[in-house]
Design a protein around this ligand. Sequence first.
Ligand code: G3D
Length: 166
Amino acid sequence: MGNAPSTRVQDVLLVGCDNSGKTSIVKRLLGDETRTTTPTAGVNLKSVALDDRTPLQLWDVGGRQTLRQYWRDYARQARPVAIIFVIDAADPRRLAEASTAVPKRLNDPVLVGVPLLVLANKQDVAGAIRPTELGACRKLGGISDRASRCLGCSALRGDGIVDAIV
Ligand code: G3D
C-alpha cells in the first residue's frame, strides 16, 4: 500500500459481505489466534503496526445487508487511504451480491480514487475462486475508476494477508 514511511496513522476501510472473513483477517493482522468471531454489528476499530512503517487503523465495518447503508458514514469519518474489499472466494453464490454491494458504495466523493485491494479470502477451501479468475477485479461491478489489485489469502491459515497489505 505504499512505501513511504510516515508516523501518521493511516485509516483503511475493510468492506465486504458478512461472512467473507473481514474480522478473521483483522484478527490475523493483530496476531490473535482465536478462531471464533462474532458478526460485526457496526464497526470495529483496530490499530495495527505491521512493520516499522506507517501504523494503520483498520475500520472493520459490518457487512450484513441492513448495515451496508452505514458504510458511507464510516467512509466519511475514516477518510481512508485505502479500501480492502474482502470476498468469500469459497462461496461463488455470493460473488454477485458482493460485486453489486461494494462498487456502488465506492462512488462517494470521499472515496473517489482511493486505491482498492481485493482479497479473495478462503483460498484454503478446495474449489475457491482464484484471484486471477476474478479477472483483475473487472467482474466486481466493473471497478475501473481507481488503482486496484486482486490477491488471494486465507485468514484461516494466515497466508497472504500481511504480504498483501504492506
Ligand atoms: P466477517 O467479519 O466478514 O463477517 P468472519 O467474517 O471473519 O466473521 O468469518 C466468517 C466465517 O468464515 C467464520 O466461520 C470464519 O472462521 C470463517 N473464515 C474466515 N476466514 C476464513 C478462511 O480463510 N478460510 C476458511 N475456511 N474459513 C474462514 P464461523 O464458522 O465462525 O462462522
